[in-house]
Design a protein around this ligand. Structure first.
Ligand code: COA
Length: 330
């Protein structure tokens, strides 16, 4: 079988208008702007306030922008892969809701659940369909309405996250640009370091689960911090070594935005100076599956055709990975 190469041919995004600053959080809990900025790098995050809108809405808006920017009609899309941990419903898949919202009538659609590594896993999955010649145009979306699962009485976790979505279109590449390599890892976390305990088949919703606030994200911040710092840096070095890349060969690191200190540690281990690192955690916080496509969107005008990018992420599961791609948009 001839293996094709997949490349990103369009990028779109959606961010809710409402900006929740650290000062707003000070009114809700015992925290302060200085602590949040110095420990995480976050100044504000976006929150989707409209109770009638959720992850599918944000994903659809991001997808529409990607379609419009490349002059692609929704009917041309063969597949939608959507990464999220905050689906509108446990089922049907949020990807199917997006399909309906944008009118992608010829696509099949499914979700990927890999927490903060979700977009990378979804991008890998989508690229395989292009590489195998099974799809011509694939929409890959990372979208999360984290505010729907945050406990605003828990200062250790709620300050970290925000809402947002990003989308890319993948198509066959004929010019040598596109996704060159990908490495993914998982390690089943039985210590419940980063979990949403209730709402699934293990602990279906009851009055007790609601009273005990088990439908929110809980985490052991320190344990996750250690694992994430190690995992993201290790896999980034692994993909550099595998592809004989020196720091000077890399134009940009596109890291998952969980904590500025994790990003800095990864860039340091890779030998990259801060000018080569995409950072927007200050404005959006951790949007889970949204962070990497939101970075690509924010930086798209600064990227040159052929630039070497390393995308790297770590998330709940645990899941982590890196993708090496040559930027294919002109
Ligand atoms: N405001 C003020 N103080 C806070 C606070 C907040 N929002 N949250 C925690 N603190 C306090 C703690 O209670 C603790 O106080 P103590 O020393 O009196 O016990 C102190 O600050 C230090 O807490 P610690 O948990 O050690 O801080 P930290 O430097 O590890 O930072 C995180 C906490 C959550 C920011 C950090 O661990 C982290 O980013 N972890 C990774 C989380 C993550 O990225 N998850 C997403 C998946 S990738």
């Amino acid at each position: 079988m001839e293996v094709k190469q997949a490349k990103i041919t369009a990028v779109g995004h959606y961010l809710p208008e409402f900006r929740m600053t650290n000062f707003e959080l000070e009114k809700l809990m015992d925290t302060n702007d200085e602590w949040i900025r110095t420990r995480t790098g976050i100044s504000e995050r976006r929150i989707l306030k409209d109770p009638d809108k959720a992850t599918a809405f944000m994903g659809a808006e991001a997808a529409k922008e990607a379609l419009e920017s490349s002059g692609t009609s929704a009917e041309e899309i063969d597949l939608i892969v959507l990464a999220t941990v905050t689906p509108d419903y446990l089922f049907p898949a949020t990807a199917c809701l997006v399909q309906n919202m944008i009118g992608a009538t010829n696509a099949f659609a499914f979700d990927v659940s890999a927490a903060c590594s979700g977009f990378l896993y979804a991008l890998s999955t989508g690229s395989m369909y292009i590489e195998a010649g099974r799809a011509k145009k694939v929409l890959v979306i990372g979208a999360d309405k984290m505010s729907s699962i945050l406990d605003y009485t828990d200062r250790t976790t709620s300050i970290l996250f925000g809402d947002g979505a990003g989308a890319v279109i993948l198509e066959e590449s004929t010019d040598g640009t596109g996704i060159i390599d990908q490495i993914h890892h998982s390690e089943g976390d039985t210590n419940c370091s980063l979990y949403q305990h209730a709402g699934g088949s293990r602990n279906p919703a009851t009055i007790e689960t609601v009273k005990n606030r088990q439908h929110h994200v809980t985490q052991d911040g320190r344990a996750v911090f250690k694992k994430a710092t190690m995992g993201m840096a290790d896999v980034s070095l692994e993909i550099m070594e595998k592809n004989n890349l020196e720091p000077e060969d890399i134009a940009w690191l596109v890291p998952h935005q969980a904590n500025l200190r994790i990003i800095d540690a990864t860039a340091n281990r890779m030998g990259l100076s801060s000018e080569k690192v995409m950072i927007n955690i200050d404005k959006y916080g951790n949007t889970t599956a949204g962070t990497i496509p939101l970075c690509l969107y924010d930086w798209k005008d600064k990227l040159n055709h052929g630039d070497n990018l390393i995308l790297a992420a770590f998330g709940g599961g645990f899941t982590w990975g890196a993708i090496y791609l040559k930027w294919g948009l002109k």
